[in-house]
Design a protein around this ligand. Structure first.
Ligand SMILES: *Cc1c(COP(=O)(O)O)cnc(C)c1O
Length: 382
């Protein structure tokens, strides 16, 4: 029998999604508002807690964009962004005509280095006479950042924080869900994220007032009068009632998804721990509780006898298993070549050695064992 292909991270339905979608059709709520949107937002608000409000939007990218719009980020401003990330963290800065300033990572979490963040803030103030308009830390592959330290610095300099928690859905730091520490938090429900709406996102905001304002921007900034009156530029970023129905179904199995991602981390860690030069990225200490959205390893060719991550990727691919290099740091991307960057070598080192392994409900224990065996054979074969 031909073996199935093992993908990096596939959407996985609970079976409850169709019930919510059918309800939307039956009641003709096939629009970007309605009972599923309200219900999904209520589910998300219950999950994040801390008195936060949530606005369902068309994507995580739209959520970052509207956070910057609400903050009034404009042409000529600078916004600090973690360099090691997916381009969607930084693109909305440019949509606003502002300039991204990239800050490198530290080795424990792979996320924004607080020391380098403070250095960057001081240097930008010294050079431009103005402080950055916002800070965007990221929770790579689900791993929380040193967010207490980042928030301390942000408060001292009075700079708002937009947590890009798109990959950290359900991850906690000191028992608190990520995305609730800063002024805004981001969720993404793209097809390969922790849960999906087929495409969608959400913005976590501090109050009802902010939520109303963000909803206003997301629905073309229409003033509350019977005719169409606009005093500000708007966006078409609201989530549809159909997508929100998928989201409500997904929320019914969120706990199982989280448990399985974390279980796979244990399996990978136990299976790979004896292999010289292969390191599974795990919580640095018990303050951290990653969702392990994607399980990741570092491959050090000096200790594997010359085997690098690309050789492992090719060996896995030949066996029908998808794996993927880590995000290429933004300060090394041609599109951002003009942007200021504060670097320490960590993100470039991670990109040179890192590989994402298949994760999520469709990856069985047997699949994970096969992946471990292929990696072990490649390293021991040397
Ligand atoms: C997926 C992702 C986003 C964007 O989310 P979309 O819903 O795809 O627009 C933003 N930041 C990070 C780090 C992501 O992984």
């Amino acid at each position: 029998m031909e073996q199935k292909r093992v993908w990096l991270c596939l959407a996985h339905m609970s079976g409850n999604e169709m019930k919510f979608i059918q309800e939307a059709f039956d009641t003709n709520w096939v629009v970007p508002l309605g009972p599923n949107v309200n219900g999904f937002e209520a589910d998300l608000e219950a999950m994040v807690g801390h008195g936060k409000r949530v606005v369902a939007l068309s994507s995580g990218t739209a959520a970052i964009h509207l956070a910057l719009v609400h903050l009034g980020v404009k042409a000529g401003d600078e916004v600090i962004c973690q360099s090691m990330t997916f381009s969607a963290s930084a693109n909305p800065i440019v949509y606003q005509g502002a300039t991204p300033v990239f800050v490198d990572s530290e080795r424990d979490t792979w996320n924004m280095d607080p020391n380098l963040l403070e250095e960057a803030i001081r240097d930008r103030i010294a050079r431009t006479g103005r402080k950055p308009a916002a800070i965007i830390p990221v929770y790579l592959y689900g791993m929380p950042a040193y967010i207490d330290d980042i928030m301390d610095i942000a408060r001292r300099y009075e700079i708002p924080v937009v947590e890009d928690s798109a990959e950290g859905f359900g991850s906690c730091y000191r028992g608190q869900v990520v995305g609730t520490f800063g002024d805004y938090g981001i969720m993404s429900f793209n097809g390969n994220k922790m849960i999906t709406t087929s495409g969608g996102g959400a913005l976590i905001c501090a109050s009802d007032e902010v939520k109303r304002r963000v909803m206003f921007y997301a629905t073309q900034s229409r003033e509350p009068v019977p005719y169409y009156l606009h005093k500000e530029i708007g966006y078409n970023y609201r989530m549809s009632n159909i997508c929100a129905g998928i989201g409500r179904g997904q929320m019914t199995i969120l706990d199982e998804h989280l448990a399985w991602h974390r279980h796979l981390c244990d399996v990978y860690e136990r299976g790979l721990q004896g292999l010289d030069g292969i390191t599974v990225h795990v919580n640095p200490d018990d303050r951290f509780d990653s969702n392990y959205w994607l399980n990741t390893i570092l491959v050090d060719p000096e200790r594997t006898g010359g085997v690098d991550y690309e050789q492992l990727r090719v060996a896995l691919d030949a066996a029908g298993i998808e794996s993927r290099p880590l995000w290429k740091p933004m300060h090394t991307q041609p599109v951002f070549s003009g942007a200021p960057a504060y670097v320490n070598g960590v993100s470039e080192h991670l990109f040179a050695q890192g590989l994402c392994l298949p994760s999520g409900p469709y990856v069985t224990d047997e699949d994970a064992q096969r992946i471990i065996d292929i990696i072990a054979a490649a390293v021991r074969g040397k």
